[in-house]
Design a protein around this ligand. Sequence first.
Ligand code: HEM
Length: 485
Amino acid sequence: MRKRRGRLPYPPGPRAEPFLGHLRKVPKTYDESAYREMAKKYGEIIYLDILGKELVLLNSEKVANDLLDKRSSIYSDRPQLPFHDMIGWTDTLALLHYGSNFLKMRKLVQDQLTRKKCTLFEDIQLHQRRLLIQNLFHSPEKFIAHLKRFVTAVVLEIAYGRRVVSDDDQFLINAATIDELVAASGTTGLVILDFIPILKYVPSWVPGAWYSQFAQSEIVFPLLQPVKVILNGLAAARPIVKAIKDYGLTVVQQDLAAGKAQISFSSMHLEELMRQNRDTKEEVERLNLAAFQLYTAGGETTWSAMETFFLAMLIFPDSQREAQKELDQCVGHGRLPDFGDRENLPYLNCVVQEVLRWYPVVPLGLPHRVMQDDIYEGMFIPKGTTVIANVRLMLTNEEIYHDPFRFIPERYLPKPEGKGEPLPNTAFGFGRRICPGRWLAESEMWVAIASILSVFDIKPIQNAEGVDIIPKAEFHDSMTRYIIH
Ligand code: HEM
């Protein structure tokens, strides 16, 4: 353990090399078994220095809660993310630095998405799930597209009051472009890589370096092809992001002027600002970014979780049958489940939780940054350190979750039916940055999962010999995680 100028030690970690620090000691992509080994060796909190960038990895829920939750007042900043800055991404809530603008924008979003207020959006979800079921019935092979459309349509209607009516709706196209950008934040980092080739070796999970994984991948992002052709760089995406950011609120402003705006997050706040004569450029821009964040943060994450649900049902068919048995008993065959059934379907509720735990959508959470020097259990954590919660490790901790790599929904049921294991709340992050959309996400997942299982069996396709092809649980990691097809 190194000493900080002869005083308190940093948290433990591998031995560093001059200049490179721990660059060569950590795996290049997010290799969870390597980080598991590291955690076994060095413990709940690990210090790493990668080319002078100080990082602390938190490996247990206790330490994450102690720092990110209980000391939230100093652990709620985000690190500098130059590549995301280049595409004009860092003024959105999720990446915004802590400060008064963040607090105001966070309040706007959070107040709208409380557990209670989410019930206001149930009709939107019920309408969209009906379309989801119809779409799955007509073209089950396009289930990923249907899931994307479902989650995107829900958040779009909440944000802007616009109902998606066709697949070529401009809002859907914008959302798809944004999804690609989030995933490809890297490819476009090639510009920087050209200048500082050593960055290629920075592990892709290091915040701001997601690009390095994609720089070498062969993932194709069709909507972004023109961007790559023009400049092969992130900066070229900036005007696209700006245009998409402004699109939604402009539509709402036009609808309001024409007297045909539907009630939505944007219309309500805009009208309120106008009523109070507070519709300054700054306030309107904050609202614009908050609305934009609703559908960017709320789309890909929830869709990715739904995709994980399909995978789990293929690999663990017994859980599917158990949930269907419960649905048959409680809801019967004459109707689709609705939110009133939620409390009567304990097993199904556990399925939703287990999807969030089994393969968390954001396995390393979003990075936090400590705003002042701190001391934790005798260890020194310098101001400016990036703090990463290894959520995947926490949610597969054998001391908390038995047989953690298996999908076992009943683990959450009280004893003796279940094991009374804790719900995987850490999947939504920590402290003042905890996901404000968590109630909505769970509600969308619930209604989609309950409806799908009440009318369909999820089964694997078969090869020419009639043998089931069960996909592997393999994921791409970008900011969120999604399944390799
Ligand atoms: C299964 C679905 C979802 C998962 C797993 C998820 C997870 C997360 C995580 C891990 C964070 C970072 C928390 C931290 O920094 O400690 C986050 C932030 C955020 N999420 Fe979600 N999320 C989901 C759905 C949603 C939805 C539906 C919305 C809104 C409609 C949303 C809006 C946001 C926003 C605005 C932030 C940034 C908060 C901030 O930085 O203060 N999320 N989410």
